[in-house]
Design a protein around this ligand. Structure first.
Ligand SMILES: Nc1ncnc2c1ncn2[C@@H]1O[C@H](COP(=O)(O)OP(=O)(O)OP(=O)(O)O)[C@@H](O)[C@H]1O
Ligand SMILES: O=P(O)(O)OC[C@H]1O[C@H](OP(=O)(O)OP(=O)(O)O)[C@H](O)[C@@H]1O
Length: 210
């Protein structure tokens, strides 16, 4: 049995589509709008569950899921002890520093973010002392209302920044979704996992739009 942790939300549909194209017969009942969080397909030797994206690496590190699909942003933030097997090239975006265009931050700026580890590491590498403020969403609000001088957040189309009068200042990392594996599972279920990776690689290389 291979257990797969799927991320709820934005990535889910694209990831599901990719897995189906790679040959996994996942029935329509496994849908995000359903309240059911698990699906087991005994005849296919597959089991799925739906987790919050930030939690996927945790389930995989602890081995309750053999493999999982998650954004690189989450891997950078969580730094879990898992193998990163494949860049699935779906759900592209970037993790960036943004702020008001005309704002000169103080010597010790405040940075609001959903990604405190990424932000702390990034500014440390830049030799810049900052105070990182951890928020859970609507990060763009922080500089507008004066909570922070800068934000570190996901930028995709740039629409949210634009509509809030903010600009992207530096790109910290480009982000796509990744296939990750538990270290023990990868050893014990090498054949199954390698086969899936090969199938996924063919789908990705064929450039099938998902
Ligand atoms: N515009 C975007 N905003 C946020 N995440 C994006 C975007 N585009 C792609 N992604 C990817 O989707 C993942 C987040 O998905 P989603 O927003 O559904 O989860 P979430 O952050 O837990 O959402 P929420 O907490 O708002 O429910 C990110 O980890 C990232 O890899
Ligand atoms: O560049 P864009 O295409 O506008 O996308 C980026 C926005 O999308 C995400 O927010 P989300 O919708 O997940 O809401 P949240 O801020 O509450 O997490 C992200 O945090 C940005 O705010």
């Amino acid at each position: 049995m291979l257990t797969i942790a799927m991320p709820k939300g934005r990535i889910f549909e694209e990831a599901l589509c990719l897995l189906r194209q790679a040959g996994l017969a996942i029935p329509e009942e496994f849908a995000e709008h359903s309240r059911k969080l698990t699906l087991t397909l005994p005849e296919a030797g597959l089991s799925f569950f739906l987790a919050k994206p930030m939690d996927v690496p945790t389930y995989v590190e602890y081995g309750v899921a053999d493999i999982g699909i998650v954004g690189k942003d989450v891997l950078l933030e969580e730094e879990r002890d898992v193998y990163e097997l494949l860049d699935l090239q779906i759900s592209p975006c970037r993790l960036s520093v943004a702020g008001k265009p005309d704002w000169k931050p103080p010597l010790y700026p405040r940075v609001a973010t959903k990604y405190p580890q990424v932000a702390t590491r990034y500014f440390k590498e830049q030799g810049q002392q900052v105070e990182v403020i951890h928020l859970n969403g609507s990060i763009e609000l922080a500089p507008i209302v004066g909570l922070a001088d800068r934000i570190v957040d996901i930028v995709s189309t740039g629409r949210t920044l634009k509509e809030n009068g903010l600009v992207e200042l530096e790109v910290i990392a480009t982000v796509t979704s990744r296939l990750i594996a538990n270290r023990g599972s990868y050893r014990m279920k090498t054949q199954m996992i390698t086969f899936l990776c090969e199938q996924l690689t063919s789908v990705i290389q064929e450039g099938v739009s998902v």
